[in-house]
Design a binder for this molecule. Sequence first.
Ligand SMILES: NC(=O)C1=CN([C@@H]2O[C@H](COP(=O)(O)OP(=O)(O)OC[C@H]3O[C@@H](n4cnc5c(N)ncnc54)[C@H](O)[C@@H]3O)[C@@H](O)[C@H]2O)C=CC1
Ligand SMILES: O=C(O)C(=O)Cc1ccc(O)cc1
Length: 364
Amino acid sequence: MTVGTAGAAANRPSPLFDRVALIGLGLIGSSMAWAMRRDGVAREIVGHARSAETRTAAMRLGFLDAAYETAADAARGADIVVLCVPVGAMGAVAAEIAPSLSPGAIVTDVGSTKGAVIEAVAPHLPDGAAFVPAHPLAGTEHSGPESGFAELFDNRWCIVTPAPGAPGRAVAKVRELWERCGAQVDVMDPARHDLVLAVTSHTPHLIAYTMVGVADDMRRVTKSEVIKYSAAGFRDFTRIAASDPTMWRDVFLSNREATLEILGRFTEELFALQRAIRTGDGQHLFDYFTRTRAIRRGILDAGQDTAKSDFGRGRGAEPPAPGPSPVSVPADPEAASPALAPGAPPGASPASAPGAARGSAGGR
Ligand SMILES: NC(=O)C1=CN([C@@H]2O[C@H](COP(=O)(O)OP(=O)(O)OC[C@H]3O[C@@H](n4cnc5c(N)ncnc54)[C@H](O)[C@@H]3O)[C@@H](O)[C@H]2O)C=CC1
Ligand SMILES: O=C(O)C(=O)Cc1ccc(O)cc1
């Protein structure tokens, strides 16, 4: 990937698109714009946000060439339209842009769930449009146009779930778009995506929301002690539980079946651990925690996080600590199921690309 320095300008890869339209200019929309600018992916990046304040912010920050009052106006003449709105809003936005899509335009999205988004969007699109849904597995607990940064997707996965009949040419373009935004791309069936994400993202978020809710109830009993003495585990939960309520409400409502399936399994395991604690079964607890430790090891080995306890986003994506991780466990091949511990992207390097269009928004 070419870095945006003056000397390197001659080496820049040519634009992949003439005009990209981003519908929704929050964390993901603005990060995509920065990442596309960094790599010269588009000749023109335009967008739409409902609020004038967001449109003004996008232009002031400089990640858009033009901001439109309506999604339909933004989509007109675009060769690719990227839906970056909460998953519950995707269907309405698709209906709005459909009449102004150019023949042969690609429509893609960044939604955290795929089955429900495909169901909501596909029926609205004209025959000539190619629908190639995608989901970058990268984000933060922040939202809005100010929260985006070019390195967000560096060395992260992006899962593409092409709709049946999507032309290979369009799938290849969406793949290249994400690769040029820094991600590694995998293609997956939408139902599989939704189950995997229920395990790796959706249910963990629900657990974090619940734990912070419990602590909040406790706080009423213990006054400020929960905040004052909050250890890292709880602090990590509060970061996740600070995520956008609209986005996460939509995620759970649209990935209902898979989330309930995983929550059912979670509850069973919780009861087993509860029983072990009650009956003093230390061996059960020890064996369980040994198995889970190996999963962390697998994630570090895959370059998907650093050994630091800041979710690897202290200053962009930092490399993992050299040498053996402080967490030293014997490898347990059974523990690292494909759904829980995806393998490292080919040639994955955890280092972030320097020289982004905008400085690293460390920690965001
Ligand atoms: N936040 C994260 O960590 C990640 C989010 N995603 C997905 O990306 C999508 C966008 O999320 P973020 O950028 O984080 O959210 P955000 O809250 O930062 O931005 C969403 C934008 O969509 C706009 N919007 C909402 N409803 C709309 C509608 N009906 N019409 C037009 N615009 C509308 C909002 O005003 C806002 O500008 C969601 O589908 C989410 O599931 C995917 C990966 C990571
Ligand atoms: O900030 C975090 O911990 C995340 O988990 C980010 C995230 C949120 C939603 C997604 O669909 C993908 C990634």
